[in-house]
Ligand binder design. Sequence first.
Ligand code: G3D
Ligand code: MG
Length: 209
Amino acid sequence: MTTSAGGAYNFKVVLLGEGCVGKTSLLLRYIEDKFNDKHLTTLQATFLNKKININGKRINLSIWDTAGQEKFHALGPIYYRNSNGAILVYDITDEDSFVKVKNWVKELKKMLGPDIVLLIAGNKIDLEHERTVPLEEAESYAAMVGAKHFYTSAKLNQCVEDLFLELAKEMMEKFEQNSQKEVNRTSRVLVVDDEAPAQSSCCGGTRSN
Ligand code: G3D
Ligand code: MG
């Protein structure tokens, strides 16, 4: 949930993508700066926290990772419910994993509307020579759906920090915009209230004078 209590933003982030694209590796690299640690296999569907600071603003990220159930069955909406941001990960050497990203974009937009910030990460960029997902296709798709696109390598620690930082910035911006909309909406409601007649017919029908 998003709150701004005590001056800190609390954001829920989910990692989504096909099995083996490197979601857990990205998370572990980001939180613990480790790769291929045996810890990896024991990580269960839960979240890890990261506290960051952007321009003096404190942000708590709860980053949710799966226990690998995406390899066996679909992840239900309960996993991404109330998310402020999602990182959709594919493996640049695996075209099917990119198709899966497109499915996730559709599902998240349908279920959560415009309020969720989406970023797309083409992971395993250290395997550039084995790339099968065309660069232009990935980038133009991301632009079309309004998601920034990053190339990452959890293995070589490329762009991992940038990815999460960008997401945090965009979630903060969206939170500010929504708060502003809420203020505008509330003030509009008050004006309408003020102007409402003291007594009015229930259905706007005829009134005797
Ligand atoms: P998942 O959580 O999406 O299922 P994992 O993916 O993080 O478990 O990673 C799946 C495999 O991809 C792991 O290899 C992991 O080491 C590898 N991997 C993750 N990120 C990268 C990367 O950036 N570059 C390369 N080259 N490999 C990566 P194993 O062999 O353990 O299955
Ligand atoms: Mg995993």
